[in-house]
Write a protein that binds this ligand. Sequence first.
Ligand SMILES: C=Cc1c2[nH]c(c1C)Cc1[nH]c(c(CCC(=O)O)c1C)Cc1[nH]c(c(C)c1CCC(=O)O)Cc1[nH]c(c(C)c1C=C)C2
Length: 594
Amino acid sequence: MPRPLPEHAVATLLKQCFKHPSCQRIQQRSANTTLLSHRTVNTFSLSRQRRKDVAKATSTNSIGRTISTDAKSEDGPQKIAILGGGISGIAAAHYISRDLPNAEVTIYEGSDRLGGWMKSQRVDVGDKTVLFEQGPRSLRPNPPAGLVTLDIINNLGLESNLLVTSKDSVAAQSRFVYYPDHLVRMPGPGQDLYTMLWTLMSEPIFKGLFKSGAFEISRPRRPSSLQDESIGSFLKRRLGSSNIGDNIVSAVFHGIYAGDIHRLSMKSLMSKLWEWEGEHGNLSEGAVAAMQPPQAHKIGEIATRHHKDTRLRKEMEQRLKGSDLAERVHDASVYTLKSGLEGLLDAMVTKLVVNGKITLKTKAPVTNLELASLSSEKPIRAQITVFSNSNTINYDHVISTISAVQLSSITSNKLPTLKDIRSVTVMVVNLFFADQHLLREPGFGYLIPQSISYDQNPECALGVVFDTYSCFGQDTATGTKITVMIGGHWWDGFRDDEYPTESEGENMARAILKRHLQIDAAPEKVLVGLQKDCIPQYEVGHEARIKQANADLLYHFKGKVSVAGSSYHGVGVNDCVRSAYEAVRTLKEQSPGP
Ligand SMILES: C=Cc1c2[nH]c(c1C)Cc1[nH]c(c(CCC(=O)O)c1C)Cc1[nH]c(c(C)c1CCC(=O)O)Cc1[nH]c(c(C)c1C=C)C2
């Protein structure tokens, strides 16, 4: 076996963090019925108000008398309830309408709007407009999960609405981390070797990198009793110092989870590196082995995961055959839609409504979920009773896309491990400035690591996105568009009255831009939103919690409740869509044929 270069482990780690963020996604997927999924159809875009109107018009009365509906009769249509009207719930409905066309679907959404965390808002700037994203803002086309979203886009005919940011773009090639008091461009594609080496040797952020890498191979393997640990602890143990974790890796995890690497799970979020150590004793040899052809001896969960990814990829490649989409996003680093990511959801809802196969209930939080009692007359089929707004209705199957904590709270302590999958809150501040030349260094934006000193970041900012460079084509106004993200794990334990108000949020964002980027101009437009509990945290022990919850779901709900969404196997939009697709696929496989 070729001997790995001493710094190989660290280089691989950095590559994983910066070049392949998808590797940080949870890939562990257990094989039973509690996993979700879905997909489907067609075009146009509904405005937020229009979507509310459509939802209202097609809702059944969600307040009022108690209805007790019979379970699916032996020959009747399958009745399915979806809890949650965000991307996962709507994607699940989309796939059901395509793959289980005879099913009757009801979506229960607790708030007065569909869309969940997807919030794209167009604002006027004089007689022009800019688009602000308050939630997820772009998608990666990476297989396998990225292909599921592309499949939906293909089915909806949205291809002409795509805006692609290529891998050669300045946004894809220039990513910065703020440390200790200035922007540092991360080494990567588009830079010459000399510049890269100079950055690595001269910037304090990389202090200890070579030494850590050199000795990684000789550090002891973790004890076999260690089932999981935090990312921070793993990196310190393997690299002999917390510098790389606190200065670089924590910044990357701010950009995805807005979370604390000293609480997030290594096993769940950097599963490859966790497995490398488990199998080879160190990361250096693990990285070399990973370059060899796949090992046939892989067993258990790793093999299952690999099999699931391969199956999904094949299915999606088959579906996308003949479409130009794959070609279109071939060189994409990320992509979005002209109308913002919420446009994807609008198009799915429109299609579902036009097809008339769905009942949408907004302002209809589900307050209880239980296995229906089997009457002696109809003892055959297990059903689930859904309680919402004083109604109780029985369904043949329920797909829950609400958060794990919410699901736990409506199931009478039957799924106790789910209540520990807490989420963090992020304040998103979108700013638009008339001056086009405010940003001195073009690029994606910058992330702020956990190690940054308080005097450089008293506002608890996590990162700043240079929207002007990261996405072209959504605005008609010209100027500079920037988004500042604040809070996340720094606000753990805050009560509702402790979060900043909108005007405080604006002032905090402007203070950050002034201190870090010397931008003192007054913005033309500002949009501030507090995204309460928006990103679930996969903390140490996450995988064990999910396993237990799967077992509890099977035991208490007899396989009639599946779950999808960001609480379980990945917080990204692609992960949510994948989870919806897989939930529906499982349901279809269990359903009697036509
Ligand atoms: C509300 C803020 C959010 C933060 N993270 C997410 C949201 C919705 C979720 C998220 N962000 C990213 C991923 C990875 C997706 C993937 O590509 O696989 C997820 C699940 C990456 C990301 N983070 C930011 C951007 C613009 C992107 C995507 C584009 C890219 O990687 O090029 C910016 C950003 N998001 C958050 C912060 C604090 C932040 C700071 C710059 C929190």
